[in-house]
Design a protein around this ligand. Structure first.
Ligand code: C2E
Ligand code: CA
Ligand code: CA
Length: 856
C-alpha cells in the first residue's frame, strides 16, 4: 500500500461516492413535488438546482480539497462540497413539507431521512464530513422552518462543527504520519533482511504446525535447487540429508520438531540438487499464538561449509604427516591410547615397532633435502606395503617411523615382519637417477608383556631400538628388562662424565710411536683416561661414544687438544703428538680455529701436531669434509687416518684426502703371525698403497716380538704397541723422554694365553648355595680352583672373583679338592694384568654383599 492513498483518505472530507447524492436528491425532490402535484417556487427550485449541481461536481471539489494543504481551503472545499448542498437541500425540503398537505410533509421527511442515511454511508470513516453533512442538512431544515431561531442555532453550531473538523484534521494528520513512520521501519527491516539473505551468510525459515515450509530465504532455496515458492508446503526435513556422515544425528532434528522444543546450531548436510557438499547450522524455536496454540517453527540457518572444510583441513594437519601422508606422532599415540584403554582386557593387546633409518642423514646431506623427502616418501610406501592390513604405519619423527599392530601377535611372527620390513627398506632406491641404499633398525615392544601404558610401551620400544642400533644397525631387537639397566648405566655414566669434566677428572696418557728403521720415538699418541671414583678406570672406547651422544665430545676434544699441545711444549722439538679427533669435532667448522688457538697458546709448530681421524668422517657431507681438510692443511697440522680398514671401506677418498699417515688397525696385526692368516697380505697391500701416495704407516697394537718382526718386514714405517710401551701418564712420558729417544722392544715372542699364578679367595655360587674357595692360577679361559671336593664334572658355577668381577664357569676336571674350570666367556685383563670388569651386568648376582655374608 502506497503512502498517498493513506493521506488522501484521512484528509479529504468528501467521500468519493458523494456525487451519487445528485441523482438521489433529484429523485427525492421529484417524488415530493409529484406527490404535492404543484410546481416548486422559484426559491425552492433554485436551492435544489444549486444543491444537485454541487453534488454532481463533488469529484472535482474533492480533488481540489486533496490538492490543497491549508486548513481554510479545506474548510472552503467542505463548505462547497457538503455544507452548502446539504443545507440548501434541507431548507428546500422543509419549505416543501410546510407548503403541501400531510402526504407531502411525510414524503419530504422520508426524503430527508433517505439523504441523511446515504450521507452517513458515503461519509463512513470521515467524521468531519459526516458531521458537516448532518449539521448542514438539519441547519437548512431549521432555518426554513423557524427562520431566525434556526439561523441562531446554526450560528451556534457552526464554531463547534469547525472545531470538530479542525481537530479531526489534526488527528488524521498525526495518524497518517505514524503510519508512514511504521511503514518506513517495516520496509527498512524488510530490505535489511533481504540484503542479509542475499549475502548468503544466513537465512531464515518458518514452518507451519505440520512442519512443512511456509517461508524460506531465496538463496537457500536455490541451493536445494528450487524456488522458495516451490518449497513452501514441502516437509522442512526434506531440505536436509539427515543420514549424512558427520551430521548431528537425524534424531535431534526430528525429535525437536515433533517435541516442539527449541534447537540450537544443529549441523546438517544440505540435500543439494547437484550433489555438492554443503553444510548448514540450523536453529529454531516453536511459535505460539496469543492463545498459546502451537503455530509451527521459526528459525535461522548459517552456512557451515567453509568452517567445516577448514576444520577438516586443520584436523588433517594435526593428525597426518603432510610429506608421506602417514599418520603423525599425535594420531599414532592416540590410536595406541585407544587400544590400551579398551574396555576388555583381551582387546588391549598390541605391538609397537619403532623404526629408525640408518644412513638417512647421509642421503639428506649429500643429495639435498628434496632427495631426502623423496626417499622418505618411498620408505613410507614400502613400509605400508610390508605392513599391509596388519597395522597402522606412522611417521613419528624425521626418519623415525612407527608401526602399530593391534591384537596379540606371536613373537615369531613379529620377528618375521620386522625382518621383512628391514629387507624391504634396505633394497636400493632410485632418486632423481641416483641409486641410494639405506638401512633400518627396529625396536619391538608388546602390550601387555612390556608395558600397559603408552608411555611405558613407547619408552621400551625405544630402548629396544637403541639396542638394535647398538647391535650394529640393520637389525631388530625385542624389548627386554635388562635394556633398562643398560640405559640407566649409560645415563649414569653421562652424569658422571659431566662431573669428571667439571672437576678435572679426565687425564691424557701418551703412548710412544716408534720409527721402525731407527727404533727411535718420533712421537706420542694422546689417549684419554678416566678413573671413575667408584667403578675405577673406564675405557675411552666405552665413554667416548657416551660423550658423543651427550654432546660432551666438543669440550672434551678441545680440552684434549689444548692439553696435548701444552704437554708437547715441554718435549724435544722433534717429538710429535697425535690427538684423536671425533667425527663430530671434525664436522664442527670451528675446529681449525680451535686447533690454531691451541698451537698458538702452547707456541708449538703446527707440523708437530697430528690429528687422527677415522674413516667415518667420509660418511658425512662431502663438501664440508673437503673444506675441513683444506682448512686444517692450511693451518699446517698433519693428518692421520686412524683404524684404517675397519669401517667404511672405499679407497676413493684416500686419493683426495691429504693424509700424512695411515694407521693400520690392531685387528690386522693381531693374528697376522698365525700360519694361514691373510692379515699379512692385507698389511703389505696397505703399506704399498700408502707408499705410492707418499704416506707413512703405523702398525697399531703390536704386542709380541713375532708381530714386530712381521710388521717391520712388511714395511710399516712406524710401530705403536705394548711391545715398546704402554700409554704413560704425562709425567711418566716426560721422564721417559729424559732417558733419550731410543726404544727397546720388550715382550713375549709369541701370543699365548697369560697364565698367572695367584692365591685369591673367591666366592662360588651354585644354585644359590654359597661356597668359599681359592684360585691357584688363572688364564683368560680358565682357572685352577682349590677348596671344594666332590663337585661333579660339567657343573655350572657362578664365580665371584672380586667385587664387580663375576663370571659363569663349567667344571672340566676334578682331582681331590682341586678342580679345573672353564669360563663361559674369556676374561679380559687390563694393561696392568688385572682382571677387567666383566661386560654386561646381567652376570652379577643381585646382591653380592649378601652372598658374601652367607658365605662367611
Ligand atoms: P685408538 O685411537 O685406536 O687408540 C689406540 C688404542 O689401542 C688405545 O686404547 C691404546 O691404549 C690401545 N693400544 C695401544 N697399543 C696396544 C697394544 O699393544 N695392545 C692392545 N691391546 N691395545 C693397545 P684406548 O686408550 O683404550 O683408546 C681406545 C680408543 O678410544 C682409541 O682408539 C680412540 O678411538 C678413542 N680415544 C682415546 N682417546 C681419545 C681422545 O682423546 N679423543 C677421541 N675422540 N677418541 C679417543
Ligand atoms: Ca688413535
Ligand atoms: Ca687406532
Amino acid at each position: 500500500m502506497g503512502l498517498a492513498p493513506v493521506l488522501t483518505k484521512s484528509l479529504v472530507s468528501i467521500g468519493p461516492q458523494w456525487r451519487v447524492m445528485a441523482p438521489v436528491k433529484l429523485a427525492v425532490a421529484a417524488s415530493v413535488l409529484a406527490i404535492g402535484g404543484a410546481m416548486p417556487s422559484g426559491l425552492v427550485a433554485t436551492m435544489l438546482l444549486i444543491a444537485i449541481v454541487l453534488d454532481a461536481a463533488a469529484p472535482l471539489i474533492a480533488r481540489l480539497e486533496a490538492a490543497s494543504s491549508g486548513t481554510s481551503a479545506k474548510v472552503a472545499a467542505m463548505g462547497a462540497g457538503i455544507v452548502l448542498p446539504m443545507g440548501l437541500f434541507g431548507a428546500a425540503m422543509a419549505v416543501l413539507a410546510q407548503s403541501g398537505p400531510a402526504s407531502v410533509t411525510n414524503a419530504a421527511i422520508e426524503g430527508v431521512a433517505v439523504v441523511v442515511l446515504l450521507a452517513s454511508i458515503i461519509e463512513a470513516g470521515r467524521l468531519p464530513g459526516l458531521l458537516a453533512a448532518h449539521c448542514s442538512l438539519w441547519a437548512g431544515v431549521a432555518c426554513a422552518v423557524s427562520g431566525l431561531v434556526g439561523i441562531i442555532a446554526v450560528a451556534c453550531g457552526l464554531p463547534f462543527a469547525i472545531f470538530v473538523f479542525v481537530r479531526q484534521l489534526q488527528i488524521d494528520r498525526d495518524e497518517a504520519e505514524r503510519a508512514a513512520a511504521a511503514e518506513r521501519i517495516d520496509s527498512r527491516a524488510r530490505e535489511i533482511l533481504a540484503d542479509y539473505e542475499e549475502t548468503g551468510q544466513g537465512w531464515f525459515w518458518e514452518t507451519d504446525r505440520r512442519a512443512t515450509v511456509t517461508y524460506l530465504s531465496d538463496p537457500v532455496a536455490a541451493t536445494v535447487g528450487a524456488s522458495a515458492e516451490d518449497l513452501v508446503g514441502r516437509p522442512f526435513a526434506s531440505l536436509f540429508d539427515l543420514s549424512a556422515r558427520g551430521a548431528d544425528s537425524e534424531r535431534s532434528l526430528t525429535f525437536a520438531l515433533t517435541a516442539r522444543s527449541s534447537f540450537n546450531e544443529l549441523g546438517v548436510k544440505a540435500a543439494t540438487a547437484d550433489g555438492e557438499e554443503r553444510w548448514w547450522s540450523i536453529s529454531g524455536r516453536p511459535i505460539y499464538d496469543e492463545y498459546k496454540n502451537f503455530q509451527g517453527f521459526r528459525g535461522s540457518g548459517t552456512d557451515l561449509t567453509e568452517k567445516r572444510r577448514s576444520a577438516e583441513h586443520a584436523s588433517r594437519l594435526a593428525h597426518y604427516d603432510s610429506l608421506t601422508g602417514l599418520s603423525n606422532r599425535f594420531l599414532q599415540s592416540q590410536s595406541l591410547e585407544k587400544i590400551l584403554t579398551a574396555p576388555q582386557i583381551h582387546q588391549r593387546a598390541c605391538s609397537v615397532l619403532l623404526l629408525d633409518l640408518d644412513r638417512f642423514k647421509q642421503v639428506n646431506d649429500t643429495l639435498g633435502h628434496p632427495a631426502g623427502d623423496a626417499l622418505l616418501k618411498q620408505v613410507a610406501q614400502r613400509l605400508e606395503r610390508s605392513t599391509g592390513k596388519l597395522g597402522r604405519v606412522g611417521r613419528v619423527g624425521g626418519d623415525e617411523f612407527q608401526v602399530l599392530l593391534p591384537g596379540r601377535i606371536e613373537r615369531v611372527r613379529l620377528a618375521q615382519l620386522a625382518g621383512q620390513i628391514i629387507d624391504a627398506l634396505s633394497q636400493p632406491y632410485t632418486i632423481d637417477g641416483d641409486r641410494v641404499v639405506i638401512g633400518a633398525s627396529i625396536g619391538i615392544a608388546l602390550a601387555p608383556d612390556d608395558g600397559m601404558t603408552s608411555e611405558a610401551l613407547i619408552r621400551n620400544a625405544d630402548l629396544a631400538l637403541y639396542a638394535a642400533k647398538d647391535g650394529g644397525r640393520g637389525r631388530y631387537h625385542f624389548y627386554a628388562a635388562d635394556l633398562h639397566s643398560d640405559a640407566e648405566e649409560r645415563r649414569q655414566m653421562e652424569q658422571d662424565l659431566r662431573d669428571a669434566i667439571a672437576s678435572g677428572g679426565l687425564e691424557l696418557y701418551y703412548q710412544p710411536v716408534i720409527q721402525t728403521a731407527t727404533e727411535r720415538i718420533t712421537g706420542f699418541e694422546a689417549l684419554l683416561r678416566w678413573t671413575h671414583p667408584v667403578r675405577g678406570p673406564i675405557s675411552p672406547a666405552k665413554f667416548i661414544p657416551v660423550a658423543e651422544d651427550a654432546g660432551l665430545i666438543a669440550p672434551i676434544g678441545e680440552w684434549a687438544l689444548r692439553t696435548a699441545c701444552q704437554d708437547m711444549a715441554r718435549w724435544p722439538k722433534e717429538v710429535r703428538c697425535a690427538v684423536n679427533v671425533s667425527p663430530l669435532q671434525f664436522a664442527n667448522p670451528a675446529l681449525p680455529a680451535i686447533v690454531t688457538s691451541a698451537l698458538a697458546q702452547a707456541q708449538i709448530a703446527p707440523d708437530r701436531l697430528e690429528l687422527e681421524i677415522t674413516e667415518s668422517v667420509f660418511l658425512n657431507d662431502s663438501e664440508g669434509t673437503d673444506a675441513m681438510f683444506k682448512a686444517l692443511k692450511g693451518v699446517g697440522v698433519r693428518l692421520a687416518l686412524d683404524d684404517f680398514g675397519t669401517g667404511y671401506s672405499s679407497l676413493g677418498y684416500l686419493k683426495k684426502a691429504p693424509f700424512d699417515k695411515i694407521k693400520i688397525d690392531q685387528s690386522f696385526v693381531r693374528g697376522a703371525t698365525v700360519p694361514g692368516s691373510r692379515n699379512g697380505a692385507i698389511i703389505a697391500a696397505i703399506v704399498s698403497l700408502a707408499e705410492a701416495l707418499g704416506m707413512e704407516t703405523t702398525a697399531e697394537g703390536v704386542e709380541t716380538l713375532d708381530e714386530l718382526d712381521l710388521v717391520r718386514m712388511l714395511g710399516c714405517s712406524h710401530v705403536q704397541g705394548y711391545i715398546y710401551e704402554r700409554p704413560l701418564s704425562s709425567a711418566k712420558a716426560l721422564a721417559r723422554l729424559e732417558t733419550g729417544l731410543i726404544a727397546v722392544a720388550d715382550g713375549p715372542r709369541a701370543a699365548r694365553a697369560i697364565r698367572q699364578s695367584m692365591l685369591r679367595k673367591i666366592v662360588i655360587d651354585h644354585d644359590g648355595e654359597i661356597f668359599n674357595a681359592t684360585v691357584r692360577n688363572i688364564s683368560p679361559t680358565g682357572a685352577l680352583v682349590e677348596g671344594l671336593g666332590n663337585v661333579p664334572r660339567d657343573t655350572v658355577l657362578r664365580i665371584q672373583l672380586a667385587r664387580d668381577r663375576v663370571c659363569d664357569a663349567t667344571v672340566r676336571w676334578v682331582r681331590g679338592d682341586l678342580m679345573g674350570i672353564e669360563f663361559a666367556r674369556p676374561l679380559r685383563f687390563d694393561e696392568d694384568g688385572q682382571i677387567a670388569p666383566m661386560p654386561g651386568r646381567a652376570q652379577e648376582p643381585a646382591h653380592p654383599a649378601a652372598s658374601m655374608r652367607r658365605a662367611g
